[in-house]
Design a protein around this ligand. Structure first.
Ligand SMILES: [Zn+2]
Ligand SMILES: [Zn+2]
Length: 136
């Protein structure tokens, strides 16, 4: 696992430091679309020397290199997703958790031309409401 992460980072022009590998693998193993505070809280338990700035800078680097997606569903903070294949998301306005939604989009496949000439290359839908854990 660690060797694959190292190669993936190298292939994307990222120097594979220990901390970057840890952060990438954390996102890979915790597919909960965490925000930076959650990532920091959970990694900090394992590696007390890691700073929030390091995590923040690393996430920005990952975004820049397109190896993670940054979701801005809440309007106030970024949630990070290691699954960079376009897919839809559901944001719970009660608990703030972001869930993947696997439904087909009415627009169909993602290489459609719409009437005013724009070429759609990706479709990212997002939905807001009350999640199944909060609804009862
Ligand atoms: Zn909820
Ligand atoms: Zn997702």
């Amino acid at each position: 696992m660690r060797k694959n992460t190292k190669n993936l980072l190298l292939q994307n022009g990222i120097k594979p430091t220990f901390q970057r590998i840890v952060i990438y693998e954390f996102l890979d193993q915790n597919r909960i679309h965490p925000n930076v505070d959650k990532i920091y809280a959970m990694i900090h338990e394992e590696i007390p020397t890691i700073s929030k700035t390091t995590i923040y800078n690393t996430l920005n680097l990952f975004l820049e290199k397109n190896i993670v997606l940054g979701l801005t569903l809440s309007g106030t903070e970024m949630n990070y997703d290691i699954n960079i294949t376009p897919h839809h998301h559901f944001y719970c306005t009660n608990c703030g958790v972001v869930h993947d939604v696997f439904i087909s989009c009415p627009l169909g496949n993602d290489k459609l031309k719409i009437t005013d000439g724009h070429l759609i290359q990706e479709v990212h839908g997002y939905f807001k409401g009350i999640c199944k854990n909060c609804i009862n």
